[in-house]
Design a binder for this molecule. Structure first.
Ligand code: ASP
Ligand code: MG
Length: 405
């Protein structure tokens, strides 16, 4: 007998037929003699619909009331899942986040979990019940309903797995697991049997997000090993954990492309202490998320600063920069939206050299120009022309033999 936490995302419980399928799957796991905690999301699209309704009645809805509203999405699915289980003879009980003992801080719409009192859940498990918990929500010390930020059901599942000391945590979604590249773009992409937390986090921040980032960080911190797999088939998924066995030759684990980036160039600013500080202070104050930064060598007292921001932030960035340029005397801002960021990720890079050279040579052989470069211990990212991004992903994928096991 094992204690298992399963999480089913929005598409897995998208309609009543899907909910019945999920109930069959839960029953099968329970019938093998396991104790089971199940976390469910709202049906896919419901959270967005609720948000749209909130905005239709009020331009700036109160965050407390938003949480009150959004939490209902998951409440619908926990009740229906429990009923579907009753319908096939499985003893099950549904709980809201608060009822499941998930206590958060006070920050509405993006609360952090502070503690989980798992005793009531454990009691139910030991009494033979399947416990169904609403993802994405908790309760604060004042008894108010809070939510954990978009995609927060993943966090609920990981945190509960830690709290009930689960033997296994399974995150069911609509993809088979984590791939070496986007299979829609790179047809030789392979599903990874295993990936480390750090690689998963770097891939997510590079544009191939399978799960909420905070939940992966939480799993890393509390050593929760979990598996990402599909609820639409029985294929094994990808196991996410700290240490992943590396075959000698495997240096790069995966390739990610982010097409939602824009490149901003601030040119002809004075090359003196404080210019960069002012530029990036103003962007930070405007909540613009800056990613890669390159400053060229100053000539004749002027320099250029180039950086990338999410495309949704470009207008905000340009607006924030106007007063700064006036203050530091001169400079122009240009924006290029036809760019993409390509990243190769792998913990093997820590101990292998030549990864950058291999990548750059492969791109050069394909005649693809590199506009910006940045590296971390386990990642190399480049900015390139949007039109060449898919081709570059294929080139990088085969340059690192990711199509071969
Ligand atoms: N229903 C919430 C959302 O759409 C939480 C989740 O699905 O994980 O963001
Ligand atoms: Mg979701």
């Amino acid at each position: 007998m094992a204690r298992i936490v399963q999480k089913y995302g929005g598409t897995s419980v998208g309609d009543v037929e899907r909910i019945k399928k999920v109930a069959e799957r839960i029953k099968a796991t329970r019938d093998e003699g396991n104790q089971l905690v199940v976390v469910v999301s709202a049906r896919s699209g419901v959270t967005n619909e609720l948000l749209a309704r909130a905005r239709a009645v009020c331009e700036f809805p109160s965050e407390r009331e938003l949480d009150m509203l959004l939490a209902t999405g998951e409440q619908e699915t926990i009740a229906l899942t429990a009923m579907a289980l009753h319908g096939i003879g499985v003893d099950a009980v549904s709980y809201t986040g608060g009822q499941a003992g998930i206590f958060t801080d006070k920050v509405h719409t993006k609360a952090k979990i502070k503690t989980i009192d798992a005793k009531p859940i454990v009691r139910d498990l030991e009494a033979g019940k399947v416990v169904i918990v609403a993802g994405f929500q908790g309760i604060n010390e004042e008894g108010q309903i809070t939510t954990l930020g978009r995609g927060g059901s993943d966090l609920t599942a990981i945190a509960l797995a830690a709290a009930v000391k689960a033997d296994k945590c399974e995150i069911y979604t609509d993809v088979d697991g984590v791939y070496t590249a986007d299979p829609r773009v790179v047809k030789d992409a392979r599903k990874l049997a295993e990936i480390s937390y750090d690689e998963m986090l770097e891939l997510a921040s590079s544009g191939s997000k399978v799960m909420q980032t905070r939940s992966v960080e939480f799993a890393k911190k509390y050593h929760v090993v979990f598996e990402v797999r599909s609820s639409f088939n029985h294929n094994p998924g990808t196991i996410v954990k700290e240490e992943v066995a590396y075959m000698e030759k495997v240096v790069v684990r995966g390739v990610a492309v982010d097409k939602d980036q824009a490149k901003v160039i601030v040119s002809n600013i004075r090359d003196k202490p404080g210019s960069a500080a002012k530029v990036f202070r103003s962007l930070a104050d405007a909540n613009v998320n800056v990613d890669m930064i390159v400053q060229n060598v100053g000539r004749q007292g002027v320099a250029n600063l180039t950086f990338t921001v999410p495309q949704t932030d470009t207008a905000k960035a340009v607006r924030a920069l106007e007063p700064v340029l006036a203050a530091i005397g001169g400079g122009q801002v240009t924006v290029h939206e036809q760019v993409a960021k390509l990243s190769v990720v792998g913990v093997g890079m820590k101990t292998h050299s030549g990864v950058a050279a291999t990548l750059f040579q492969a791109l050069a052989d394909a005649g693809i120009n590199i506009e910006m470069i940045s590296t971390s211990e386990i990642k190399i990212s480049i900015v390139l022309d949007l039109d060449r991004a898919d081709e570059a992903a294929r080139v990088a994928h085969s340059a690192f033999d990711l199509d071969k096991v």
